[in-house]
Design a protein around this ligand. Structure first.
Ligand SMILES: [Zn+2]
Length: 354
C-alpha cells in the first residue's frame, strides 16, 4: 500500500483510511469511520460478538509529508522493507489484519469481541482521538498496542509520561546604557530559571527536563521585557508528574520585579509497569515460547496512545508491532522475517486474554 498519510493532511489520511476500511470489511469487520475536526476519520472496526472486548490500538498517521515516497521509495533489501511509516506503524496494522485472518482460518471460537481502533492524530498529540481511545479502553479486558517494538523485538511494558510547559518571564524594558537599573531583564531572569529547570532532571529516577526552545528580547541595547522557554518533561510515574509539575508551576522569580507565568502540563500520563501490565507480558512470553521464541520487555521515554489506556488501569501491552528501526528517520524499515511471528503473537493474545 503506497498511500501516504501525514498527520493533519485530511485528504491523504482519508485516502489511506478508505483502503484500510476496505481491507477490514473484507475480513468481516464492521467498520465505522469517526469524523475528527482537522484530522482524518479515525477508524473503528468490530470483529465477532461477545460481551467482553479486547482492543487493538494504533494509528495510521505518519510524520512524513506527501511526496516523501519519492525520497524514501518503498523497497525490499536484505530482508528489510523500507518506506515512510513502515515501522511507525503501518506494519503493525498489517500484522493485526494478518492476525484476524489467521484466527478466522482456525475457526476457533473467539472468547471476546475484538475492536480495532486506528487513529489519525497520534503523531500530533492525539487531541481528537483521546476521548475515543479512553472510552473504548474502558470497555476492554486488555489493550494491545501495535506500535513498533524496541530494538531486538522487545515489548514495551513501561513508557514515560510526557508534558510540555511554557515558561514566560515578563520584565521591564529600559535603555541598557542610559537607564540600566530601571529595567528588569526577562532574559536574565529566564536564564536563571532555566538552570533551576535543568536541575529537575534526575538520572536515578529517569525524570528528564529539556528546555528545547527559548526566545526573547528585541535588541542588544534594550533590557528585555519578555522572554519565553518551552520545556519538554518526561516522567516515569504519576508521583514524579505531580512533583515536577508543582516545581515548574511554582518557580519563584529571583528578581521580584519580573513576573513568571507558566502554562501547559502533562499531556500523556506514564504507562507504568503495574502487575496487570506484567501479567499481560507474561502471557505474551508464554505464547512466544510455544513458538520457540524468547520475548523480552523494556521501557522507553517516548509516549504513545497506550499511555492513556494504561493510566485508566486497563492492562496494556505496547510495542507489539514490527521489528525494525528508524522511526521518524530516513532509514525507517521493518524486518520482513519478523512479521509472521509478530502477527501470530497478536493472534495468540487476542485468543488468550482472560
Ligand atoms: Zn507510532
Amino acid at each position: 500500500m503506497r498511500l501516504e498519510s501525514p498527520s493533519g493532511d485530511v485528504a491523504a489520511l482519508n485516502r489511506c483510511g478508505g483502503a484500510l476500511a476496505h481491507h477490514m470489511t473484507a475480513l468481516g469487520g464492521r467498520v465505522t469511520p469517526i469524523a475528527a475536526p482537522g484530522a482524518g476519520d479515525h477508524l473503528r472496526a468490530e470483529f465477532g460478538t461477545g460481551e467482553s472486548q479486547v482492543l487493538v490500538l494504533g494509528h495510521f498517521d505518519t510524520v512524513w509529508p506527501v511526496g516523501q515516497l519519492e525520497r524514501m521509495p518503498v523497497r525490499l533489501e536484505d530482508g528489510r522493507l523500507y518506506g515512510p511509516g513502515s515501522f511507525d506503524m503501518k506494519a503493525g496494522i498489517a500484522q493485526a489484519l494478518l492476525a484476524v485472518r489467521a484466527i478466522a482460518d482456525t475457526h476457533r471460537r473467539r472468547p471476546h469481541r475484538l475492536v480495532m481502533l486506528w487513529t489519525t492524530d497520534e503523531e500530533i498529540g492525539s487531541t481528537t482521538s483521546r476521548g475515543l481511545i479512553e472510552s473504548e479502553a474502558r470497555r476492554s479486558r486488555a489493550v494491545l498496542v501495535l506500535e513498533p517494538s524496541l530494538p531486538g523485538g522487545a515489548l514495551k511494558t513501561a513508557r514515560k509520561g510526557v508534558g510540555e510547559f511554557r515558561v514566560r518571564a515578563n520584565g521591564i524594558a529600559s535603555h541598557a546604557g542610559v537607564d540600566p537599573t530601571r529595567g528588569a531583564s526577562a532574559i536574565h531572569e529566564l536564564a536563571w530559571q532555566v538552570t533551576r529547570l535543568t536541575e529537575l532532571t534526575d538520572p536515578a529516577t529517569g525524570v528528564t527536563v529539556n528546555v528545547g526552545l527559548i526566545s526573547g528580547g528585541s535588541r542588544s541595547n534594550v533590557v528585555a521585557d519578555l522572554a519565553e522557554a518551552v520545556v519538554d518533561v518526561r516522567i516515569p510515574t504519576m508521583a514524579d508528574a505531580a512533583r515536577v509539575t508543582s516545581a515548574i508551576t511554582q518557580l519563584v522569580p529571583r528578581d521580584s520585579r519580573v513576573q513568571i507565568e507558566v502554562s501547559g502540563g502533562i499531556d500523556r500520563p506514564p504507562l507504568e509497569r503495574t502487575s496487570q501490565v506484567a501479567a499481560l507480558f507474561d502471557l505474551a512470553a508464554v505464547i512466544a515460547a510455544d513458538m520457540g521464541r524468547t520475548l523480552a520487555e523494556g521501557a522507553t521515554g517516548g509516549g504513545s496512545d497506550g499511555n492513556f489506556t494504561a493510566a485508566l488501569g486497563i492492562p496494556t501491552l505496547d510495542g507489539l508491532g514490527a521489528e525494525g528501526d528508524g522511526a521518524h528517520a530516513l532509514h525507517e524499515h521493518v524486518l520482513v522475517e519478523s512479521l509472521a511471528f509478530r502477527a501470530a503473537l497478536v493472534a495468540g493474545l487476542i485468543l488468550n486474554v482472560k
